[in-house]
Design a protein around this ligand. Structure first.
Ligand code: NAP
Ligand code: G4F
Length: 344
């Protein structure tokens, strides 16, 4: 495990160490993508660990703070955008982080064909911009890159591990491969503590509504409450290794506590089809999915990632990480949350 951050950081802004015998300094973390699913869970977790948390938030005409409203007053919000170098330099200079978690991304695979260049700018070049900003003013900060199982794409082996070759199937996957290698490159070129978490799909009641799990649980709740009758989906045979986002942000933190930077797969080691997700989710509400789900070609992708199944052995042995929430518990949690939200 790594020791605490620099003295300068502690005495310029953090609380005084107390009691005297316990000289643990306040750690400062910068999270890009604070307002997203993972950003919100990670911020909660870091605050609970005593971190001073800074979050990068991009300009919006709407209030983007929905997922972090309950902790908003405990976080330093910094304006910035992954497509803008100066704003990232300012964010790093202002936050003087010990740890940087790069979670910001155009994260929806389905839109990445429609917005391929934009996805590359934010998800690929954005990583370089942030690494550059860190290299210039906080070169000793530990850096986490939100790499993705989408990089495995048309999988070369199953289960997928840290050594499985990449074969991305979408502009999103291609951009994430670039971000992965830039992270590795800054580690090898400049000795930076830059690590890739290769995370398989992780979900929660805070998941964006466009992703299939949340689309299903929201649909189940609407159908149960008589607000709609059918749910239109794409490929029901795709298989994913789905875990709970709250568990996965702990793995991000553990990765940055390691003495040496590294790359690590974070997954449950189980895979399920979209159809199975539907079956359980509709079942939770006493419904039969075959009465309501309609396959609609509009939601079928130009190139599909058919099967993702991660091997979390390294996470278990090196990080001491295990997922806590099971697949069934995850589905139930999401259905219950959508039912409660829509019944209110
Ligand atoms: P998410 O809910 O879509 O959150 C993405 C975050 O990025 C949001 O805060 C969003 O801000 C921000 N963002 C988007 N474009 C930006 C820009 N140009 N500049 C600054 N911020 C920007 O995604 P997530 O599920 O939390 O995922 C977090 C990260 O992990 C992403 O990089 C994703 O690609 C990666 N990942 C996710 C999974 C998964 O299963 N969830 C698996 C592997 C990897 P707004 O709120 O303003 O939109
Ligand atoms: O929920 P999805 O949109 O997630 P996808 O494409 O696996 O990507 C997510 O996980 C990645 C990690 O592997 C992340 F990097 C990425 O940021 C994101 O969080 O789709 C899951 C599967 C796909 O095979 C898709 O074709 O569900 C299938 N699907 C079937 N019908 C659908 C639908 N997906 C969506 N979004 N909407 C549908 O109607």
């Amino acid at each position: 495990m790594r020791s605490a951050g620099s003295m300068l950081v502690c005495f310029s802004n953090g609380p005084l160490p107390s009691p005297i015998g316990d000289m643990k300094m306040t750690q400062r973390a910068l999270i890009t993508g604070l307002t997203g699913q993972d950003g919100s869970y990670l911020a909660e977790s870091l605050l609970a660990k005593g971190y001073e948390v800074y979050g990068l938030v991009r300009r919006s005409s709407n209030d983007p703070m929905d997922r972090v409203r309950h902790i908003k007053d405990d976080i330093h919000v910094l304006a910035g955008d992954m497509s803008d170098q100066a704003s990232l330099i300012d964010a790093v200079e202002e936050s003087r982080p010990d740890e940087v978690y790069n979670l910001a991304a155009q994260s929806f695979v389905g839109d990445s064909w429609r917005e391929a260049a934009y996805t590359g700018d934010v998800d690929a070049l954005g990583v370089t911009r942030l690494l550059e900003a860190i290299r210039r003013s906080r070169p000793n900060a530990h850096f986490y890159q939100a790499s993705s199982s989408e990089m495995f794409g048309k999988v070369h082996e199953t289960p997928q591990t840290e050594t499985t070759p990449f074969h991305p199937r979408s502009p999103y996957g291609v951009a994430k491969v670039y971000g992965y290698y830039m992270t590795l490159n800054y580690r090898e070129s400049f000795g930076m503590h830059a690590s890739n978490g290769i995370l398989f799909n992780h979900e929660s009641p805070r998941r964006g509504i466009e992703f299939v799990t949340r689309k299903i649980t929201d649909g189940v709740a609407r159908i149960k409450l008589g607000k709609q009758d059918e749910l239109r989906l794409g490929n029901l045979d795709a298989k994913r290794d789905w875990g709970f986002a709250g568990d996965y942000v702990e793995a991000m933190w553990l990765l940055l506590q390691q003495e040496e930077p590294d790359d690590c797969v974070i997954a449950t080691g189980e895979t399920h089809t979209v159809r199975e997700f539907c079956e359980i989710a509709f079942g939770c509400a006493g419904l039969d999915y075959t009465d309501h789900v309609v396959v609609d070609q509009r939601f079928v992708r130009p190139a599909e990632v058919e099967l993702l199944l991660g091997d979390p052995s390294k996470a278990r042995t090196v990080l001491g990480w295990e997922p806590k929430v099971t697949f069934r518990e995850l589905v139930e949690m999401m259905v219950d949350s959508d039912l409660a939200r829509l019944s209110a």
